[in-house]
Each structure stands twice: as C-alpha cells, then as structure tokens.
Design a protein around this ligand. Structure first.
Ligand code: F6P
Ligand code: MN
Length: 448
C-alpha cells in the first residue's frame, strides 16, 4: 500500500507535502478549482432538479452544495481525511484504507490533504463528491461532469469523422492488406489512441481540451515525443496469444480513461483489432461513478456509441452501428468494478480485489489508458527514471500489459540512462505538460 517512507527499496509516494511540487500545486490549486466547478454546475442546474423533483430537488441541491463547500474547506485547510459515511458497496474498503494510513502514521491528524500521498487524496476527493450526492437521493445519479464530457465529444467531431473515414478505408481493403500494411495501420491506430489521451479534462481543470487537428496527419510530427515505444511487443503478443500452441486470436482488455475524443480513438482501435482478426474479443473497463472530470462511465460509453450511430456522416454512423452490433453479439463488452474508483496502487489488486485480478488474468493483453492508470501501475512514487517498468509494477502482472499514456504527473520509469536528466535540462515540465508519451509494455511471462 501507499507508504510514506522508502521501504525495502520502494521510494516514497508523491505528496503535496513537498511544497512547490506538482502534487502540491494540484492539491492547492487544481482540486479546489474542480470542486468549485462542480458546485457551480449543480447550482446552475437547480431548475432542472426543481422540474424533476419539485421542492425536494431544490432541497437536495442546497444540501449537496453545502456538503461540497464543507469538503472544499477541509481540503484548503488541510484537515484530516474523514471516513466515508454513505454505506455504498465500497465504503468499507475506503475506510479500511484510511485506517491503514492512520496506523502507518500512528496519528489520525497526519492523514490529511497535504500530508498524505497525492494519489490517495486526489481519488478521495472524487469519492467524497459522490458521497455528497448519495446523501441527497433525488439527485444521486446526476453526473456533474457530463456537460464537459459531451462538449469534448462534439468539439472533436471533425477529428472523429476523419478517424471513422480512415477506419472505413482500412476495413474496405482488409482482405488485400499485406502483413506489413496491417502492421502499419496497427501502429497508426495504436498511436492515435495514445495521443487521444492528451484530451483529458482533469489536467486542464475542466477547460476545453478537445482534438482539433487531423489525428492521422499529426502522427509523424508527434513521433519524437514518444519516449518509450514498446509497440512491437504489443504486436507480437497479438500474434501468439495465450498459451503456446493456441492458434485462435485472443482477448484484449482495455482499461479506459477519458470520454470524448479519447474514447472514440479507443473504440476505433478496438474495431480495427477485431475486424483485422488480430483479436477475437474486447472487454472494456470503465468507472462506476463520475471520476477525474472526464473518465468514462457506463452511461458515457453507451451515449458515445449512440451519438456515433446517429451522426450525419456516412462512415461515422456506420462505425457506430458496427460498434453497437459488436456489443450485441458479445464481441465487445463493458464492465465496471469498484476497484477502478479506489486509491489503491495496482500492486494491491491481487490482495484487495482478487476477483478483478482473476478477470484480467483471462486476457491475452491488457491496455491501460492514461495518466492516472500509469500512476496506479507504478504506485505514484518517486522512482528513479531508469528503474524498469517491471520493478515499478511490484508484482502486478495479471497478463501481458501495456500502458498508453501521455505524461501528466511526475512519475516515469523505464527510461535510458541520462534520458530523464536530458529532458529535465531542456524542459523542466516534461513530465506534466502532456507533450510526451509512452507505449510501455510488460509481460509477466518474460520474468519466468
Ligand atoms: O485522464 P488521465 O490521463 O488519467 O489524466 C488525469 C491526470 O490529470 C491530473 O489531474 C493531472 O495532474 C492527474 O491527477 C491525473 O493523473
Ligand atoms: Mn482521466
């Protein structure tokens, strides 16, 4: 679990206690901004709550805002982290996590917004927002991040159309493609999905961050910013899925990150994997409540596919129809699990969510999208940049896996000697600007 000190060669967690660090600035500035936006959004929608639930809706709006204002105050004055009280399925697990931290610190007041691991407190803020709504049943299901997510989708329409047209052209000529051409398309769509991760709304504290340029044409100019490129290993994993001697195409699991343009890039890539015959089945994993501003929930997933189907563009709507039928036939499926909205490092998954770990073991490849997943894969710790990805995973390896991540937090492992230092001397914010990316592969099999 996330600890404070270096234990057995494991470096400390990133934390806001380092004044001036990116974690500190996030907790001091970005998180309160996000909270204020949630409060404004709920307030602006007061009339909608009134129309739907009458006076009860208005009362729920008032109570929710008061709980959220209290939360913002706790954060800004570095109050201790409190137990979650709404009795939802994951309450116990959040509170056990808190107790572990309290035991480690030996004192309750030391588990607080600016003193505890950044990963923990940032995840906790989203859980507490959810708690405020759960205490006010008429509006419990309201998605306070929905407006930003749908706007992100609409603002990247041009890029979505370009991408769906590109996909249509590949699918049309699929039968005639040589292995090399197939590999070329694979690399392009993998990279489109990678760079799709630039479009999250958490790093920009909710400001527009949609894709405006052609996602295919931009690829060559973005290539130099890929710091680690394990795409050849991803490709070869798909050539020989599962056990030796197994000849059929396998299953890929995609641990999704953001809705909007990024989700479309993931769906396009998944479509290509299936239509090319490289993969038989795709399992998508999303969040069970609104998370980190732009992350995909079940509703976002269904909405995106419906919108794509309904688009007034031939290839876009054709793609949407195809995706819907993949879902209907069970070629694609959507799943959520409370673990994805908990603060745990992934090395805790086998012990703390053994059912999810076992599910992932059924995949031939797991793709982890985005920055937050990368932070959880590596434990969000002050690792030396040259430490191997396998070391930073600390035993997590349910299946061959690959992180597709643009860098938006200061943790990065698996670099060449001197590579990190060189980048730091050129651009001090290289780990947080979202300009750089990694395609970082790991296979538990290569460890045997
Ligand atoms: O959507 P992504 O790629 O996980 O990015 C979210 C990231 O943005 C941030 O809010 C930027 O610090 C991180 O907390 C988080 O890791
Ligand atoms: Mn995200």
């Amino acid at each position: 679990m996330a600890a404070d000190q270096t234990v057995h060669g494991v470096p400390p967690s990133l934390s806001a206690k380092v004044v001036g660090s990116f974690a500190y600035l996030t907790v001091r500035d970005r998180l309160p901004t996000i909270l204020t936006k949630v409060i404004d959004t709920i307030h602006r929608n007061k009339h909608k709550f009134f129309e739907e639930y009458g006076e009860e809706g208005i009362e729920a709006e008032k109570q929710t805002i008061s709980l959220l204002s209290k939360l913002r105050n706790e954060l800004q004055t570095d109050k201790p982290i409190l137990a979650v009280t709404d009795g939802l399925q994951d309450t116990e697990s959040w509170n056990q996590y808190l107790q572990r931290h309290q035991r480690l610190q030996g004192d309750e007041a030391s588990v607080s917004w600016f003193k505890s691991p950044w990963l923990y407190v940032e995840c906790y803020m989203y859980r507490r927002i959810q708690e405020a709504l759960w205490h006010n049943p008429p509006i419990s299901d309201y998605d306070y991040f929905n407006e930003g997510k749908t706007q992100g989708f609409f603002e990247s329409q041009q890029a979505v159309m370009t991408l769906c047209t590109y996909l249509e052209n590949i699918n049309k000529s699929m039968a005639e493609l040589s292995k090399n051409q197939l590999l070329e398309h694979f690399n392009k769509l993998l990279q489109v999905s990678l760079w799709g991760n630039k479009c999250d709304l958490s790093i920009s504290a909710g400001q527009d961050n949609s894709q405006k340029l052609s996602p295919i044409d931009s690829l060559s100019s973005l290539q130099p910013f890929i710091l680690v490129d394990g795409s050849n290993m991803v490709w070869s994993t798909l050539q020989r899925p599962g056990q030796p001697g197994k000849t059929t195409a396998g299953r890929v699991d995609v641990v999704l990150d953001n809705a909007g343009f990024e989700l479309v890039t993931d769906l396009v890539f998944a479509d290509f994997l299936v239509s090319s015959g490289l993969v038989r089945e795709v399992h998508f994993h999303g969040k069970s409540f609104p998370w980190f501003v732009s992350d995909v929930t079940a509703k976002d997933f269904q909405w995106t596919i419906r919108q794509t189907m309904a688009a007034n563009h031939k290839w876009m709507s054709k793609s949407g129809v195809q995706w819907q039928s993949y879902l209907k036939e069970g070629v694609w499926s959507y799943h959520d699990h409370p673990f994805w909205t908990q603060p745990h490092e992934f090395c805790d998954m086998a012990a703390d969510a053994p059912d999810l770990y076992a599910t992932l073991q059924g995949a031939d490849l797991v793709l982890f999208k985005g920055d937050l997943n990368y932070r959880k894969l590596t434990g969000d710790r002050e690792w030396d940049h040259t430490v191997s990805f396998g070391t930073a995973l600390r035993g997590f390896g349910p299946a061959p896996l690959c992180a597709l991540r643009t860098l938006k937090a200061n943790v990065q492992v698996g670099l060449q000697q001197g590579q990190g230092e060189k980048l730091t001397s050129q651009e001090s914010d290289w780990m947080t600007s979202g300009k750089y990316a990694v395609i970082q592969f790991y296979s538990p099999k290569s460890e045997q």
